[in-house]
Write a protein that binds this ligand. Structure first.
Ligand SMILES: [Zn+2]
Length: 529
């Protein structure tokens, strides 16, 4: 076993984040991913609190998890209650797992004010509950809730709780910064004090309300804890939990603690994006280590440095965490950005200094009109090709017309209303001009259909290409329906995915530009094959 064990609570604490709702299937998929990442303990949920989690644990029995152990979460028995009849403890014992984490109070105020029981009864609840699960043959982790606040207010009671839990047989006592308000220095002092009262392994569970969850976790490890709890992308109640996507590489790359293998660490970015995908949240581009922008370089000076020496502006090698360096082409970029980006794309363009300068000016001009290439590499690559003097596009638009009609089939019956969209389009392929028309469920869809109809006759393999995402963003607020819009399209041929961009004050034109780029890009790639 490594000196630090990773404990993930994305499926329980992480799911507490506003806007996240995992289905049972989602949770099963995420558990599988966490196993690939080499997480030692996966907290699957609270079987005593909801039927969804009961179902999860039932279905999780058929998961194949070579690295991870599943953990069921619950709380200590009720005040004055009996362990044998406590529904919550029974659910833990029957969850079909060998490890349980139970939470109990470690702050005097919490015991008297919230739990409304005596300090002694709280200790008995902890002892009885741990003892009950241990007798059943389970490993038990005890989450000492509000430990750091409790330690500040009444250190002797907080430490007594740690001692008592350890004495009752807990396999790890996890110190929780439940409200996320503690500073790293205070964490270290409290962990050291806890170290003195027990030899049982300690853990840390930090929340991010003071934006210190990761810092507090590292401070606790330095002070001697050996289990770290956190979530993927830092998802969690309120401001979230300690972000394991930062904690893991910090431990391994900065502190030299081998908590995962090199191969597992290289899956970090993939797992981060996978979990945000399943959570239906846009991946945060600016997350350290795993964000798309974590190793992107926008300033001309930085890129100029990077072309000379790869590590000049990077704190670690991005490939270690499965991320990639990415040069952002933008208004800030210098001529070198263009050349570097072209190299990154494997394009051997005969871009002399002067041609690169011309191209840069064009990028700047287009960006001032709302195009943005940060997330539309395919459109950027086309831009590079179009800068070549002998570039022949696979097709060219001659003109198009789109008709949108809303009509009522009966003047009196409102429910017989319908929306119709039709597009007529002329494109040139080589010397031939094709004229097509198509209907669609909306104007962009009709345009897409008409364009495909025209091009399929020349390029039948184009049938594989489909749109997977279509996003419209208003670029100028406060100008209402006259605003500039940017359309980003993501396409796929079942093997690869690529993104294109279009911008205009006319949403149809912006869509057309992104659409046409998507198909043109794919056709160019086919020529290369
Ligand atoms: Zn928590």
């Amino acid at each position: 076993m490594p000196s630090v064990q990773l404990y993930d609570t994305t499926l329980r604490d992480g799911a507490q984040r506003e806007g996240i709702s995992f289905s049972v299937v989602d949770k099963l998929h995420i558990a599988q991913k966490l196993d690939e990442l080499g997480i030692h303990f996966i907290e699957g949920g609270w079987p005593g609190s909801n039927p969804k989690d009961v179902e999860f644990f039932k279905k999780a029995r058929s998961l194949h998890l070579p690295h991870s152990k599943l953990v069921a979460f619950g709380s200590t028995r009720r005040p004055k209650g009996k362990t044998e009849t406590d529904a919550n403890l029974l659910a833990l014992a029957n969850a079909g797992v060998t490890v349980a984490t139970i939470v109990g109070k470690s702050s005097t105020l919490q015991v008297t004010q919230v739990l409304e029981t005596t300090l002694d009864e709280n200790l008995s609840m902890i002892v009885d509950s741990i003892g009950y699960l241990k007798t059943g043959g389970m490993s038990v982790f005890f989450d000492a809730e509000h430990f750091f606040d409790g330690f500040k207010a009444d250190p002797s009671y907080a430490l007594r709780v740690v001692e008592v839990a350890a004495g009752a047989g807990a396999d790890c006592v996890v110190l929780c910064d439940t409200d996320g308000g503690t500073l790293p220095g205070e964490i270290a002092v409290a962990v050291e004090a806890a170290r003195k009262v027990t030899n049982v392994p300690l853990g840390i569970h930090a929340h991010n309300d003071s934006e210190l969850a990761v810092a507090n976790t590292l401070a606790a490890v330095k002070a001697g804890v050996t289990q770290v709890q956190g979530t993927i992308n830092g998802y969690g109640e309120r401001c979230g939990n300690a972000n394991l996507c930062s904690v893991i590489p910090d431990l391994k790359l900065k502190m030299g603690i081998d908590c995962v293998t090199d191969e597992q660490l290289a899956k970090l970015t993939e797992v981060s994006r996978y979990v945000s995908e399943v959570a239906n949240l846009i991946p945060d581009a600016f997350l350290p280590y795993v964000g798309i922008s974590a190793f992107s370089h926008k300033g001309g000076l930085h890129v100029s440095g990077l072309t000379k020496w790869a590590e000049s502006y990077q704190h670690v090698d991005p490939t270690q965490v499965g991320n990639l360096p990415r040069t952002v082409v933008s208004e800030l970029s210098g001529k070198r950005n263009i050349l570097y980006k072209a190299k990154e794309m494997g394009l051997d363009l005969p871009l002399k200094g002067r041609e690169a300068q011309k191209l840069l000016e064009q990028v700047k001009l287009l960006e001032s009109r709302g195009f943005q290439y940060d997330n539309a590499e395919a459109s950027f690559e086309l831009l590079l090709h179009r800068a070549e003097p002998d570039y022949q596009p696979p097709f060219e638009l001659v003109d198009f017309m789109v008709v949108v009609e809303k009509r009522r089939r009966s003047p009196t019956k409102k429910n017989l209303e319908e929306m119709l969209s039709e597009a007529m389009l002329k494109v040139r392929v080589g010397t031939e001009v094709m004229h097509t028309a198509a209907e669609g469920n909306g104007p962009v869809n009709a345009l897409d259909q008409a364009l495909r109809k025209a091009l399929l006759q020349f390029y039948p393999s184009l049938a594989q290409v489909r749109l997977v995402d279509y996003k419209v963003r208003i670029l100028e607020e406060n100008v209402g329906t006259g605003a500039q819009v940017r359309v980003l399209i993501e396409s796929s041929d079942g093997v690869e995915e690529w993104r294109t961009v279009g911008s205009s004050t006319n949403i149809i034109e912006a869509s057309w530009l992104a659409l046409a780029d998507s198909l043109e890009y794919w056709l160019l790639k086919q020529e290369d094959k």
